[in-house]
Design a protein around this ligand. Structure first.
Ligand code: NAP
Length: 318
């Protein structure tokens, strides 16, 4: 029997790079790694807990299949001006998979050789898989949202009335997932009317017979269905001082409230939902499930979601 490759060896010192290390394009220029490399790239990137989640999953996977003992997930700070160079270098250096975060999810579309149809409809990619001819792009955020909602609130997008807050990148992905899974209706609320109108126009060809409409935060339609799922996809709540993006008490009583924000863990919106006695959850489960889906795409193996969840909680100390 062949001996398993050493997990940390003199020939493979990068396996011992800490999850907290932030690498740069410069590190890539002189990169050599005797293993299978994965990475997240973004700017800023020092807040990302993806290395902690993915390396915990890979350690658990390696206990079952030694192939994964030499897989490692890194993070790189890459400014938008360097995105093209970074993606070309990551491909040349044989990286197997990449996660993209702010501000690269939309920009990276121009640098992929192939794209998954759902990611194309969203107009953004958060996951790249190496192919011989270049990167293939995917978007796992919508999957993560649907899985997180089911896990935390026991709610399904299929057949549900949805009130979606926001019209940015995350809202666009969430809206397409809601329509794909055939929600009963989709109401989108956004502060800036032009951004709302632009999202509604983009969604119109995908809505089939599903009721789709938009409204301003202070103009809730009188006929809005009770029992809706309220999903916050705005960045209102990232700062503790942020006001909630909608007056929850003015809505017909929802079935649950899901806030994509997970840090801070309890936004003003979630505090109000709790006070109203509503089922609610933050976006940690979405983060975990979108990450698990990316790792499944790269590894074609079963991914230990529990290990990722525990590592994410430990990294955030929640
Ligand atoms: P984005 O493209 O910049 O969009 C931001 C959205 O938030 C816009 O609709 C914007 O409205 C709205 N907004 C910003 N500040 C607001 C305020 N003070 N009051 C009301 N609305 C406000 O950002 P994004 O990429 O879609 O991300 C949105 C949020 O989702 C972020 O908090 C992000 O962390 C979170 N997210 C979480 C996950 C996860 O895995 N849990 C994944 C993706 C994103 P205007 O059009 O009026 O500017």
């Amino acid at each position: 029997m062949r001996a398993a490759r050493a997990v940390v060896s003199i020939e493979n010192p990068k396996l011992s790079i800490e999850n907290s290390s932030v690498l740069s394009l410069r590190d890539l220029e002189s990169w050599s790694f005797d293993g299978t490399a994965l990475a997240v790239i973004g700017q800023p990137i020092s807040h990302s807990i993806s290395p902690a989640m993915h390396n915990a999953a890979l350690a658990a996977m390696a206990r079952i299949d030694r192939r994964f003992a030499t897989w490692k997930y890194f993070r790189f700070e890459v400014p938008p001006a360097d995105l093209a160079d970074a993606l070309a270098l990551l491909h040349a250096r044989n990286f197997r998979g990449i996660n993209l975060t702010i501000p690269h999810k939309v920009l990276a579309i121009d640098h992929v050789a192939a794209i998954d149809p759902a990611a194309k409809a969203i107009g953004a990619v958060n996951t790249l898989l190496r192919t011989t001819t270049g990167w293939r792009g995917f978007n796992t955020d919508g999957y993560g949202l649907a899985a997180g909602l089911r896990e935390d609130l026991g709610l399904d997008l299929a057949g549900a009335h949805i009130v979606l807050l926001g019209a940015g990148g995350a809202a666009r992905g969430a809206a397409i997932e809601c329509l794909d899974r055939r929600c009963a209706s989709l109401g989108i609320v956004n502060r800036t009317p032009e951004h709302l109108a632009s999202l509604l126009r983009a969604l119109a060809p995908l809505r089939r017979s599903i009721s789709l409409r938009g409204f301003a935060p202070n103009a809730v339609p009188a006929d809005l269905a009770a029992g809706a799922i309220v999903i916050n996809a705005t960045s209102a709540g990232l700062r503790d001082s942020d006001a909630p993006p909608i007056d929850l008490a003015a809505l017909p009583r929802p079935a649950g409230v899901y806030d994509m924000i997970y840090n801070p863990p309890r936004t003003a919106l979630l505090r109000i939902a709790e006070n109203l006695g509503l089922r609610c959850a933050n976006g940690l489960s979405m983060l975990v499930h979108q990450g698990a889906r990316s790792l499944a795409i790269w590894s074609d193996a079963e991914v230990p979601v529990n290990a990722m969840r525990e590592a994410a909680r430990a990294a955030l100390r929640v």
